[in-house]
Design a protein around this ligand. Sequence first.
Ligand SMILES: NC(=O)c1ccc[n+]([C@@H]2O[C@H](COP(=O)([O-])OP(=O)(O)OC[C@H]3O[C@@H](n4cnc5c(N)ncnc54)[C@H](OP(=O)(O)O)[C@@H]3O)[C@@H](O)[C@H]2O)c1
Length: 318
Amino acid sequence: MAEARRIVVTGATGSIGQRLVPELQRRGFRVRALVRSVERAARVLPPQVELFAWEPGREELPPAEAFAQVWGVCNLAGAPISRRWTPAVKAQIVASRVELTRRLVRALQQWGQTVQVLVSTSAVGYYGDCGEELCREERPPGKDFLAKVCQEWEAAAQEAAPRVRVVCLRLGVVLDPRAGALAQLLPVMRSFLGGTLGSGQQWFPWVHWADVVAAFAWALETPTASGAYNVAAPGIVRFREFCRELARLLGRPCWLRVPVWALRLRYGELADALVASQRAEPFRLRAEGFQFAYARLEEALGELLGTKFVRASSQSAG
Ligand SMILES: NC(=O)c1ccc[n+]([C@@H]2O[C@H](COP(=O)([O-])OP(=O)(O)OC[C@H]3O[C@@H](n4cnc5c(N)ncnc54)[C@H](OP(=O)(O)O)[C@@H]3O)[C@@H](O)[C@H]2O)c1
């Protein structure tokens, strides 16, 4: 029997990583994780995962042994974005993505002769604030801070090509009740304080975590997959509709409106990213045969909240 293919994962202990690793194992891959703290990783990852310590802030390159007989790499590391962007936080956001990816790719070039594919994370923030305009993959990048980070992050991953097949997944807002945007919104909604950020008119490129994990697996296992892909559900809605649907399923009101000036007071420059409109369409994924398990918001939220799916409207999944 052929030996299982090995995958190196960065950011394995994060919210997406903790969902992805068991799925990779279920698909028969052997997983190695590059982590800043082996002790913490041992607590949150399945016992079969091989752990290698790498502190990218201090050590130039990850350990060579981690790349022995490795077939693929999934790059998910990145410092949290949802906090006030002081100069130090901005520097950390950049370094933990762009510089870390450059070093990972240098390690691949030195020690990863068996590596065939690199699936690296990016975000739909790549496009900046696009208002009503559609964001397909060929659209040029925006000009704001996050757009520049995503552009440099992808460019750093692309340095591994052409010897390695490189896929950059531009993730939308990943919905998971355990972490991220949904985990933060749920207690607010449950406390009868639900409402929209800004006008609520902005497009909100949500995606169920299970589809994100499936997109990583698809990118690894599809030999023709290459370049950038939007990973946002086909049934995109405006933020106002997202909040209304969430409120409906929770049996709570959605009545407040947090103005942008108040967000700016609280979050500084991050406020503009929170209300940016990205009408991201998963054009390439769908054209190349990927099927979303949760294309429509009602189904996704119904599953995530454990509520029975009740059709509220005849809105099309797009
Ligand atoms: N969740 C979303 O909605 C979303 C949307 C678009 C893009 N993304 C991107 O997808 C990736 C994974 O997202 P996630 O939600 O799973 O993130 P997460 O839960 O914040 O985890 C990211 C992981 O990155 C590592 N990390 C954190 N700070 C770091 C630093 N300063 N230097 C180096 N590594 C650091 C950590 O791994 P160790 O402690 O084990 O090293 C952490 O577990 C991130 O790059 C994120 O920007 C996420």
